[in-house]
Design a binder for this molecule. Structure first.
Ligand SMILES: [Zn+2]
Length: 247
């Protein structure tokens, strides 16, 4: 399918959908300088990342753990939303019944103005103390001011379960959606792999937008290949024209 036609078709699907779910992964935030898991220079290829990506590492090497995650937070805090994040926030304004579900822990969708983002893997911008249950901070030098022990980012680390409430909300949204837009995720790992299937099983249509071809493209009504920060603004602009044109 020619690119322009796929884009117009995707915009038309967004326009006619009553409930939209946008599921995003690392590809959405790449242009904001957030390393993806799989890149050669990415977060998880780093030796330190392997040493500090389990919650138990906090007890094994408290200072190293705090240093590592403070540095990850610094990267995220220095990052700015890119045109892809801004386009999704705009989509939510044009189509208020749009739920945004993300695997990203950078908080950039919220920074872009999106509402009620379902963060499946938590957020680096929130921290918590697992020793006394404090979730409010402030976290001076990554320490809990209530009990004095070291805090940790409120992200799902290796070996940990996803937040049940967030996962249930994402599953309900997927099941109730009539359009599921997958952005910048290979969607091969649970639950990412499961959500588009739930949308399809309940009669929803699928649109994929990714730099590389995906196995899921075969199930998609429209397939967009390219960068999220380039295609999403064009998609939402096209939707905006249709919405104002039909008003
Ligand atoms: Zn504490």
């Amino acid at each position: 399918m020619a690119e322009g036609i796929a884009l117009e078709l995707a915009a038309e699907l967004l326009r006619s959908a009553r409930r939209i779910v946008v599921f995003s992964g690392a590809g959405l935030s790449k242009a904001s300088g957030i390393p993806t898991y799989r890149d050669a220079d990415g977060l998880w290829m780093n030796k330190d990342a392997l040493r500090f990506s389990h919650a138990e590492d906090l007890d094994r090497d408290p200072a190293g753990f705090s240093r590592f995650w403070a540095e990850r937070l610094r990267v995220v805090e220095a990052a700015r939303p890119n045109p892809g994040h801004l386009a999704l926030a705009q989509l939510q304004r044009l189509r208020p019944a749009t739920r945004l579900v993300t695997q990203n822990v950078d908080g950039l969708l919220s920074r872009a103005g999106a509402a009620d983002v379902l963060e499946l893997h938590g957020s680096l911008r929130r921290w918590r103390c697992d020793h006394c249950g404090n979730r409010r901070g402030p976290w001076l030098f990554q320490r809990c001011l209530r009990c004095g022990r070291r805090a940790r980012p409120d992200v799902v680390m290796f070996g940990e379960m996803l937040n049940k409430g967030v996962l249930l909300d994402a599953q309900s949204a997927a099941q109730e959606s009539d359009l599921f837009l997958l952005v910048g995720s290979t969607a091969v790992v649970y639950p990412a792999a499961d959500l588009p299937q739930q949308a399809l099983a309940n009669g929803g249509q699928l649109v994929t937008l990714n730099a590389e071809p995906l196995a899921l493209d075969h199930s998609a009504t429209a397939v967009l290949h390219g960068k999220a920060e380039e295609l999403l603004p064009r998609l939402v602009e096209s939707l905006g024209r249709q919405v104002s044109g039909s008003a």
